[in-house]
Design a protein around this ligand. Structure first.
Ligand SMILES: Cc1ncc(COP(=O)(O)O)c(C=O)c1O
Length: 484
């Protein structure tokens, strides 16, 4: 079959339409009379003129070229792209929710405010924190919000010399970026031979200029920081605060809580751990929880319950202000709320247990054919190295491209940077033993081919719509706009 590669604009035929508008039942107004000539455009918009069936076919065919967690196994490491139960979508599309307007009088939006209020409580319970703000629209924005709170806290004590944020090299890339954006000096510390924070390096760096430490836990190697209690004790002792990047909470929900580990601020990614899809960059939600001492600094408004009503509390003099328009991405919060209600405390715990079990299952099944640099019990993900295969000429990138041909979304490659030829595998909890076995089988076959026919693996993918792309060019010089 010949594929039609044309853009929808290129399928346009003058005069062809795919809609009928109802007859105009309001008087026509000449805008120029009120606003002057300048308000009118000089030519019509250049939008495609196509029939309804053209539109349906065009976008259905495009969607089939995509690969998502609804199409197949998606073991992307670091970001928990887990399956999103469809009931969450059903709940979020109930008219009473989807037709709400953020400027509506709070008295007529009590149901939505109750969901925010209860979600604050649920997440506070899950994180071991006092209160939560649901405003940040992504994990990285949660980090930024947390760092603004750290700054506001030190400033409120006139402790202006605290300018450093410590970030281990196994943390997620957004951590140092957020700290720099918030105006802190970023100090990186190395990992030890077990893949955890190097305690000697930490000891050396701690002084009264440290504003705080940001820790991704489990870290990007999929490992739980063994010295976490000691770390929080040391940082607190020198007057710093502790920020917990909880984007990897999928490993520990209902089992361990950042608050109990001594952390002062923690974020979760609702669009990952709590099962709300966020294709194409959004919308997401990265709420942060804080301990009691930091509650006054939370962004406004905080949703409070007064008598029987939910109210928006703006009267908080120490607040860092607003970090997002209105109150956060309500529909994302709602989907996550639905997920939490559906799972219950035991369900969340079981999800984490299964996520950890699945990752360890794959790790054990691949350890004889691939190098696993930190080969010990992992959390929800693990990192392997394709170094052995690279010596035969087959890199992590080649393996990823071959997985595409086999019908899998490849894992994250070349991250974290502290491992050569990295592949970071996160199966998540929803995958069956059959799916895991089939993936393992494929990975094993590729490893064997790397020994016997390395050249044969260099030309994948062959079964996808496009073959190997110049990825650097795509990143440096993206062409995202069609010009007539
Ligand atoms: C560990 C970790 N921290 C932070 C982030 C940033 O989250 P977001 O992509 O929502 O900004 C991610 C995801 O990319 C992550 O995996």
């Amino acid at each position: 079959m010949i594929r039609d590669e044309r853009l929808i604009f290129e399928k346009s035929v003058p005069g062809r339409i795919g809609f009928t508008l109802p007859a105009n039942d309001v008087p026509e107004v000449d805008l120029t009379e009120t606003f002057g000539e300048g308000v009118l455009r000089s030519s019509g918009p250049e939008i495609p003129e196509v029939s309804e069936v053209d539109v349906i076919r065009h976008y259905t065919n495009l969607s089939r070229r995509n690969y998502g967690v609804d199409s197949g196994f998606y073991p992307l490491g670091s970001c928990t792209m887990k399956y999103n139960p469809k009931i969450n979508e059903d709940i979020a599309s109930i008219d009473g929710f989807s037709q709400m307007h953020p400027l509506q009088n709070p008295m007529s939006a009590q149901g939505c405010l109750e969901i925010f209020y209860r979600m604050d409580k649920y997440l506070a319970e899950i994180l071991g924190m006092e209160r939560v703000t649901l405003q940040p629209a992504a994990g990285a924005q949660g980090e930024m919000t947390g760092l603004m709170i750290i700054k506001a806290y030190h400033m409120s004590r006139y402790d202006e010399k605290r300018v450093k944020i410590i970030v281990p090299d196994s943390s997620h890339g957004t951590n140092p970026a957020s700290a720099a954006l918030a105006g802190f000096e970023v100090v990186q510390i190395p990992s030890d031979e077990k893949g955890c924070v190097d305690m000697t390096a930490l000891e050396e760096i701690l002084d009264d200029t440290v504003a705080g430490l940001m820790l991704t836990n489990p870290n990007t190697l999929g490992l739980f920081e063994e010295n976490i209690l000691k770390i929080s004790e040391m940082v607190h002792k020198c007057g710093g605060l502790l920020y917990y990047d909880g984007a990897n909470m999928n490993a520990i929900m209902g089992i361990a809580r950042p608050g109990d580990m001594g952390f002062d601020i923690a974020h979760v990614n609702l669009h990952k751990t709590f099962s709300t899809p966020h294709g194409g960059g959004g919308p997401g939600s990265g709420p942060i929880g804080v301990v009691k001492e930091l509650v006054p600094f939370l962004p406004v408004p905080v949703i409070e319950k007064q008598d029987d009503y939910y109210v928006l509390d703006y009267d908080r003099p120490l607040s860092i202000g607003k970090v997002k328009s209105f109150y956060g991405n309500f529909s994302v919060v709602l989907k996550a709320f639905s997920y939490i209600m559906m799972m219950g405390p035991q369900g969340l715990k079981s999800a984490s247990q299964a996520a950890v079990l699945n990752a360890n299952y794959i790790r054990k099944k691949l350890e004889d054919l691939y190098d696993i640099p930190y080969n010990r019990i992992c959390m929800h993900e693990f990192v392997l190295s394709a170094d052995r295969q690279a010596q035969k000429g087959v890199t992590a990138l080649d393996i990823a491209k071959n997985l595409l041909d086999e019908g899998y979304h490849p894992p994250t490659v070349y991250f974290p940077l502290i491992v050569h030829e990295t592949m970071m595998i996160e199966p998540t909890e929803t995958e069956s033993p059959e799916t895991l076995d089939a993936f393992v089988e494929t990975m094993r076959r590729i490893a064997q081919l790397a020994e016997t026919d390395p050249e044969g693996l260099k030309h994948a993918p062959k079964n996808t719509y496009v073959t190997r792309l110049d990825e650097v060019k795509a990143a440096r010089n993206p062409v995202l706009r069609w010009r007539p």
